[in-house]
Design a protein around this ligand. Structure first.
Ligand code: C2E
Ligand code: MG
Ligand code: MG
Length: 650
């Protein structure tokens, strides 16, 4: 190969320069390279010495230089465009405004192939947390101090820069100065200005490329805003602006995986929130929630707060910050909602990092288990999750499922325990008591399943069935000419809360066509503690039609005398606890007091749980009216009860 061609090969293949233009000149026509070589090595021109005059040489060189310029312009644009494309696509990965704008400035520097100092500026509202003004803020920076980020534009000392940025916003167009550029970005209502200073001047091509790049940046900038909005809609609570349940689950996941050893997560449930909402309206309810949210935010700046449900807040923090005492303190003072000053109580369910499951949803479930227990615990109002609780919950769920099934299959029975007059010894009534015999033939105590039925709400349906069964039993008694025997039915609080309890009882009475005075409802004192007015209103209604009302387990609760006076009572039932030792010296004082109270209030008094003759004897001395207990008869199925009555008939 001739020497010239070796040089050409070196330029193209070793130096890998395709842009350099090459003109070959040869002295001997016979040495002309093959046409294929000219093509292969991209040789611009081939001239023999003889034809290459001075003028021709100049034009040939000019032509080659022009061609080189064109090639390098195209190359530069291509490289620039490649950078734009790859830069824009890598920016697509950023979903937060902060990261996106930071990334955009970095790409800009790489596009201009120099270290640039630049700022990304936009209005603060909706972008920067807690900035709800419309002034200009620095969202991202490159080459300045990172402390400028999220600060107002005026924080930069050079006033000229901030003035120019502002005028760029008002002029709505780019501003090119000698050593600095101000680019105006606008897309779909989102506006921003990028300011940059240059170390070296930029070519026109670079300027054009930057403009193309910025069009893409503006689109991406709108996208991250839209993404942020979607994110907010999905993960923020609109009312309080706190993270919502979904976000709290994510927070719990981080808590369980990366939280400090002393970290704790807590759910706070506001008591009686729905009553406030119903009674004072939703606006007051909303204001109350905001007031609670604000007070929670005072806890400690390291605590993370979320609104997890209508009246449930979630907080994650250290156990020193989040203790039952510190949380109780938050609820000590009433909350201001509109014109109201509302005292609010709350229940707390805790789960420590130590016990937390690794999945956020499961941790939420764990805290919920603790919270549910806390709700039932009327004295302390809080509970810490421990794994045994889960077994209990599982057991409870299984029992409820089984109870629901057996009730649907009509496996519940109503038994009757006779009640007698102490003076005449005659049967004057019976208490209807639920019995649950499971498929394996075992009885489960009402003390076990009634609380589960109450907890699950199943007691509403079951209670309605009990009232109907009792009415049907009253009818049977009438048919058998036991005309003076009443039936007492126990009633739980969820039945009163169900809203149609009064109607349901009246309906049962009509349906079975029984005398209302033959039916008695037994309520316990504890029912009154929760929502006395709901209960009193319902009982007053029922009393009007002649239904009789008894206060069960009297003396074991803490009902206030003022409520007692408001209740339309007919009978007091002295709890078994005060009867057990009644025959012993000095042990009858409470029973005696209750009996005297009953007399003063003009109520009948019946004693429960009499098992022995000397208990009866003491009750006679004390002037008790009626009795019920194993000494006379245990609760028994319907047919047995009828036989029992038959035997007692004189
Ligand atoms: P309660 O209303 O106080 O019913 C009296 C309980 O004392 C019954 O227990 C009865 O069997 C028991 N008892 C009666 N006499 C004696 C006695 O001499 N000695 C002893 N040791 N016990 C006696 P039971 O049937 O296990 O019912 C427990 C509780 O379950 C009832 O207490 C009542 O609160 C609730 N319950 C039963 N049936 C119903 C129902 O239909 N609805 C509702 N809401 N609660 C019910
Ligand atoms: Mg009872
Ligand atoms: Mg009782």
């Amino acid at each position: 190969m001739i020497f010239g061609l070796k040089v050409v090969k070196y330029i193209r293949e070793v130096l890998n320069r395709q842009d350099i233009r090459i003109v070959l000149r040869t002295g001997q026509p016979g040495y002309a390279p093959e046409e294929s070589v000219i093509k292969e090595y991209d040789i611009n021109d081939y001239k023999t010495k003889t034809e290459l005059t001075r003028r021709k040489l100049v034009t040939t060189v000019y032509a080659a230089i022009r061609s080189y310029q064109q090639i390098s312009t195209v190359n530069q644009s291509r490289l620039g465009l490649e950078k734009i494309v790859s830069g824009s696509s890598s920016l697509l990965e950023f979903h937060s405004i902060a990261k996106y704008t930071q990334g955009a400035l970095k790409q800009l520097g790489s596009l201009l192939e120099q270290d640039v100092n630049c700022l990304f500026c936009a209005r603060g509202q909706g972008i920067i947390e807690n900035a709800d003004d419309l002034s200009f803020y620095i969202i991202a920076q490159q080459g300045f101090s990172s402390q400028l980020v999220n600060q107002k534009l005026e924080t930069i000392e050079d006033k000229q820069i901030s003035d120019q940025v502002k005028s760029c916003f008002t002029q709505k167009s780019h501003i090119y100065c000698d050593d600095s550029l101000y680019f105006y970005l606008a897309r779909g209502g989102y506006r921003a200005v990028i300011y940059l200073t240059l170390a070296q001047s930029v070519s026109d091509i670079q300027k054009q490329l930057v403009e193309v790049f910025l069009t893409g940046i503006a689109i991406g900038y709108e996208n991250v805003h839209l993404f942020q909005k979607l994110n907010n809609a999905a993960y923020k609570d609109v009312l309080t602006n706190l993270p919502n349940r979904l976000e709290f689950v994510r927070m719990l996941e981080t808590f369980s995986k990366d939280g400090q050893d002393n970290a704790v997560a807590v759910l706070i449930d506001l008591k009686h929130f729905s009553d406030i909402n119903d009674a004072l309206g939703q606006d007051v309810g909303n204001q109350l929630l905001n007031a609670v949210s604000q007070r929670l935010q005072r806890l400690s700046c390291s605590c993370k707060i979320a609104r997890v449900g209508a009246d449930v807040f979630g907080v994650i923090g250290s156990d020193t910050c989040l203790s039952p005492t510190s949380l109780n303190a938050i609820f000590e003072q009433p909350f201001t909602a509109g014109e109201q000053n509302l005292p609010i109580n709350a229940c707390f369910g805790f789960c420590s990092k130590e016990h937390a499951n690794s999945s956020g949803v499961k941790v939420l479930n764990q805290i919920n288990i603790a919270l549910n227990l806390a709700k039932k615990n009327s004295s302390t109002h809080f509970a810490y999750y421990n794994p045994e609780m889960e077994d209990e919950t599982q057991w409870r769920l299984n029992m409820i499922r089984q109870l629901r099934n057996d009730f649907a299959e009509n496996r519940l029975e109503l038994w009757y325990q006779p009640q007698l007059s102490l003076s005449s010894g005659k049967v004057i009534g019976a208490e209807a008591l639920l019995r649950w015999r499971t498929t394996d033939g075992n009885f489960i105590s009402p003390a076990v399943f009634i609380p589960l039925a109450e907890y699950s709400g199943l007691i509403i349906e079951i209670g309605d069935w009990v009232v109907n069964q009792a009415c049907s039993q009253i009818k049977t008694l009438e048919k058998n000419a036991f005309n003076d025997v009443t039936i007492s039915v126990n009633v739980s609080i969820p039945q009163f809360r169900s809203g149609n309890f009064v109607e349901a009882v009246l309906h049962a009475i009509q349906k079975h066509a029984v005398l209302p005075s033959k039916l008695e409802l037994e309520i316990t004192e504890s029912i009154l503690m929760d929502e006395p007015q709901v209960v009193i209103d319902a009982l007053v209604e029922l009393k009007k039609v002649g239904i009789s009302i008894a206060l069960d387990d009297f003396g074991t609760g803490f009902s206030s005398m003022s409520y007692l006076q408001k209740l339309p009572l007919d009978r007091l039932k002295v709890d078994r606890a005060f009867i057990t030792d009644i025959a012993q010296e000095g042990q009858s004082i409470i029973a005696e007091t209750i009996i005297n109270l009953g007399k003063k209030m003009n109520l009948k008094v019946i004693a429960e749980g009499i098992e022995e003759l000397d208990q009866q004897a003491r009750l006679v001395e004390l002037g008790c009216d009626e009795v019920q207990g194993f000494y006379y008869a245990k609760p028994m199925p319907e047919e047995e009860f009828l036989k029992f009555l038959e035997q007692k008939r004189d």
